[in-house]
Design a protein around this ligand. Structure first.
Ligand code: DGL
Length: 256
């Protein structure tokens, strides 16, 4: 019988739980080990070398705890370190996340697409290349959102302060109407309702969580590592800020 090993998932904090939800929906029989590095969050405004170092540490910890595969549920860590990790662990099923520009553009040709992400994600060559591939098919506007993930880290998904932050953020791209938004940071889906309220119901919003989960399922099937059990799997939360409040926040976000 195959040993029951978990899928390791990590993020700079609690944002990757938006990807974990998709993974669980798609593969309910699997066990998951989720690591949030909230002590060092945010990653998106740090130096590249620092994010690479922290990312490698997260992967090592999950492997030590028995993970059979890894999901980098953080756009920032993916853009900074996925190439490095693929070299370091050539045989490990490893999947990262990137802003869902492809479906957003293909489903909305010639639209005005705003990509919300951390300053680091938008600066990296990986993002520049991705944008380059779709630039002729739509008007793509990168929108750095420093400070937004912190609301989610505090569990604040609906305050007036968050509404004000988002309203001011969208002033910077308001010369023409926004038609499509890509949530290029895994924390942002938790602020989705408020974003929708601020930009209006007509705006279509995309995120990369489901695509990433599907890719992980494909990689596990290919490697013969899918858990054949039909019993509901378990989720274990680890966080570098090891407090009861943090555990509660993780459970709260998982059931949003
Ligand atoms: N959740 C992370 C992402 O997807 C980043 C937040 C941060 O640490 O700055 O990019």
């Amino acid at each position: 019988m195959t040993e029951r090993k978990p899928i390791g998932v990590f993020d700079s904090g609690v944002g990757g739980i938006s990807v974990l939800r998709e993974l669980m929906r798609l593969m309910p029989g699997e066990d998951f080990l989720y690591l949030g590095d909230s002590v060092h969050a945010p990653y998106g405004t740090k130096a590249l070398e620092e994010v690479r170092r922290l990312t490698i540490k997260n992967v090592e910890l999950l492997l030590e705890r028995g993970a059979k595969s890894i999901v980098i549920a953080c756009n920032t860590a993916t853009s900074a370190a996925v190439a490095l990790l693929r070299k370091k662990y050539p045989d490990l099923p490893l999947v990262g996340i990137e802003p869902a520009i492809k479906p957003a553009v293909l489903e909305n040709p010639r639209a005005r697409v705003v990509v919300m992400a951390t300053p680091m994600t938008l600066r990296q060559e990986k993002f520049q290349k991705l944008m380059g591939m779709y630039e002729e098919k739509a008007e793509i506007l990168p929108l750095p959102c420093p400070g937004l993930m912190e609301f989610v880290e505090r569990g604040d998904l609906e305050s007036q302060e968050l509404r004000r932050y988002l309203t001011e953020l969208f002033w910077t791209v308001s010369e023409k109407p926004v038609e499509v938004i890509v949530l290029g940071c895994t924390h942002y889906p938790f602020a989705r309702d408020m974003i929708q309220e601020v930009v209006g119901e007509q705006v279509k919003i995309y995120d990369g969580g489901n695509g990433t989960a599907r890719e992980m399922r494909r990689r596990l099937e290919e490697a013969g590592l899918r858990n054949p059990s039909s019993e509901g799997g378990a989720v274990t939360f680890l966080n570098s800020r090891n407090t009861t409040e943090e555990q509660e926040l993780c459970n709260f976000l998982l059931h949003r």
